[in-house]
Design a protein around this ligand. Structure first.
Ligand SMILES: [Zn+2]
Length: 227
């Protein structure tokens, strides 16, 4: 009798220990745990970022963990480019050139980008904090340039970043410094590369001439593009 129970018991013990280990995973390694903006980035973060788009409640919960001020904007959008669920991001951890309209996934990923990519890279390259981020806008009811498909901007799912100002007053501009041989160029190219860990679309001057003066960071595409 006992012998017959041996293997089922071992199997059950394996399952139980796996479940205990699983539920004790740190949140950033547990794909089913909520996304907290302060958690370190891990390979599981990409999975959680994609879930932001597929699960509005999951995204709303993640947004409450972001160090930003936002207000719902049910009035935004129009018949051609409806915006069923967007917020006006009024301020974030780093001062912005102006507020911007954002889908929930864009607002959450922007907050993650600021604290886990932008600020650490500025420290690494210049030992400076970022004092201000200049953007060229997020919502625009239009198609992709030269195409018939709607742009990510038409759903407030993308923001265009043009310049970063450091604590010492230095301004780093995508247009002026992308090909720079010094620290500014190295910083911008690292910033673009690392931004691909957060945003589904991360396009810069290397993509095409339309992006010569900004980074396009988007959460709207089905398929990622990092160029
Ligand atoms: Zn753009």
């Amino acid at each position: 009798m006992l012998r017959r129970l041996l293997w089922p018991t071992i199997f059950a013990l394996i399952l139980i220990s796996a479940a205990i280990g699983y539920f004790h995973l740190p949140r950033q390694y547990n794909p089913f745990a909520p996304l907290h903006v302060a958690d370190p980035l891990t390979p599981v973060t990409a999975f959680k970022l994609r879930r932001l788009r597929d699960d509005p409640e999951y995204c709303t919960a993640a947004l409450t963990t972001a160090p930003l001020r936002s207000v719902p904007r049910p009035d935004a959008g129009n018949a051609e480019c409806p915006l069923p669920d967007v917020v006006q991001v009024q301020s974030t951890a780093i001062p912005l050139s102006s507020s911007f309209l954002a889908s929930c996934p864009l607002a959450v990923s922007y907050a993650l980008w600021e604290s886990h990519v932008l600020q650490p890279l500025a420290q690494q390259h210049f030992t400076q904090d970022v004092r201000r981020v200049t953007h060229l806008g997020s919502y625009a009811c239009r198609n992709v340039r030269g195409g018939t498909r709607q742009s990510e901007h038409a759903s407030a799912n993308a923001i265009d970043i043009s310049a970063i100002a450091l604590g010492n007053g230095r301004s780093i501009s995508v247009e002026k410094h992308w090909t720079d041989d010094g620290a500014a160029g190295a910083f911008l190219r690292a910033l673009h590369r690392r931004s691909c860990d957060i945003f589904i679309m991360a396009l810069g001057p290397a993509y095409d001439a339309a992006h010569h003066n900004h980074f396009h960071f988007g959460m709207g595409g089905r398929f990622g593009l990092c160029r």
